[in-house]
Write a protein that binds this ligand. Structure first.
Ligand code: CMC
Length: 393
């Protein structure tokens, strides 16, 4: 057993070098390309952040206009993709649909299967950033039995997404600027987070030379789990299950009970042992949205705020450094703006696509990158002899 380092969960293994995102979990710091997340959320928008992650610098006005133009030229998906959607059951979970349709993009763009050309890799990145909101909104419309809404390139990235989600052909839909801004902030805060499970999945899939669409599908699959991107959905379901403030102590007691697998969803983080800096921004955004929508005594919000108060003052959570994470507040915002719970992780996936593809591009350009091939410590049976079937016990 002495040949390999045993590191389940990669607690002490760096799988690559990266210039994209820096996290200091003890200090609660998150930087994209050196810029603090709170400053980016305040003074830039999601497309600027996409440009930053892809190119290393924030764009000037001219670079931004060009980038925005290119992204908006790719927002439509092939009409044949509508048939693909229609093959799914109406009650399919939208993440199940997203795993399928994102991977299926590789069946539509044959040039990009040859990833040895830098230009092919770049076009694939543009296509993914542009088409993910379209696919995400289509997965929602399909589940509702409503017609798909085509993208509108005159709107902002977030505005266009809300339009494709909520517009219907029979009436005019106007995007509320406060909600549009909140949506954009949700995208910014989820854009990248270094080598989490889904990004590592994208890198591992990409290390074999798989095409970028297939790699993003691997990321979506990995994100779906409740310990990762599925936590925002799980968190809202938990708030609904708790239901009222007087039931909170019972759930806190369960969270502390070692023999009970129940965990407070939206609390704790593998890397942050301090307040998640994204949660701070998300909390303010959450309050701004609730104010705009005149929601002051939302029962879920009462439960959420009381849960937050107790968790931040209870010795169990303090000692274990379990702070509310980004998913705790994002679920409340998305619920308030009328997005169904099953779409929460889809929105996380569309926001994270830029992070995934930036890591994939970085890996492709890195001469030190190799096929990912972890080893194991074998704990099975020693060598033994195969007996013919009639001699086996
Ligand atoms: N509620 C109650 N106890 C918890 C929780 C929680 N949410 N999270 C961790 N603990 C306890 C855990 O029982 C353990 O206790 P002990 O040391 O006595 O055995 C201790 O804290 C350390 O937990 P761990 O499981 O060793 O920590 P980890 O780094 O492996 O897990 C985590 C991190 C995020 C998976 C975990 O905190 C969790 O399951 N949280 C709830 C799910 C969630 O909100 N996930 C979203 C993460 S942020 C978005 C993203 O990155 O996708």
């Amino acid at each position: 057993h002495g040949y390999f380092t045993y590191d389940p969960g990669f607690l002490s293994t760096a799988s690559c070098t990266s210039k994209l995102t820096y996290i200091d979990g003890d200090a609660g710091i998150l930087l994209y390309r050196g810029y603090p997340i709170a400053e980016l959320a305040k003074d830039s928008n999601y497309l600027e952040v996409c440009y930053l992650l892809l190119n290393g610098e924030l764009p000037n006005k001219e670079q931004y206009d060009k980038f925005r133009y290119t992204v908006t030229r790719h927002t439509m998906v092939h009409e044949q993709i509508t048939s693909l959607f229609k093959a799914f059951r109406r009650d399919s979970h939208p993440m199940a649909v997203m795993c399928g349709v994102a991977g299926a993009l590789s069946a539509f763009y044959h040039d990009e299967l040859d990833i040895s050309h830098e230009q092919h890799r770049e076009v694939a990145a543009y296509r993914l950033i542009s088409k993910m909101p379209t696919l995400a909104a289509m997965s929602y419309k399909y589940s509702m039995g409503q017609p798909f809404i085509y993208p509108r390139n005159d709107l902002s990235y977030a505005g266009n997404f809300l339009h494709m989600m909520f517009a219907v052909p029979c009436e005019e839909y106007r995007v509320n600027p406060v909600i549009e801004r909140a949506m954009d902030i949700i995208f910014v805060l989820h854009a990248d987070h270094e080598q989490n499970a889904s990004t590592s999945s994208v890198r591992l899939a990409g290390s074999s030379g798989a095409n970028p669409f297939a790699c993003i599908a691997a990321g979506i699959a990995s994100l779906w789990g409740p310990a990762h991107g599925g936590a925002n959905e799980a968190c809202l379901k938990m708030l609904q299950e708790i239901g009222s403030v007087d039931r909170i102590p019972h759930f806190i007691a369960r969270a502390k009970d070692k023999n009970d697998p129940f965990r407070l969803m939206g609390f704790g983080h593998r890397v942050y042992r301090n307040y998640d800096p994204r949660a701070v921004v998300m909390r303010d955004t959450c309050h701004a949205v609730l104010k705009e929508l005149n929601i002051s005594d939302h029962p879920l919000l009462d439960v959420a705020m009381e849960l937050e108060r107790i968790a931040l003052s209870d010795p169990y959570f303090i000692e274990k450094k379990l702070y509310p994470n980004v998913d705790f507040y994002s679920g409340i915002i998305l619920n308030a703006i009328g997005i169904p719970t099953s779409m929460f992780t889809v929105i996380f996936a569309l926001s994270r696509t830029i992070g995934w593809i930036s890591h994939w591009l970085e890996m492709q350009a890195d001469p030190a990158s190799k096929i990912g091939r972890p080893r194991q410590l074998y704990t099975g049976a020693p060598t033994r002899t195969v007996l013919p079937i009639n001699m086996r016990k």
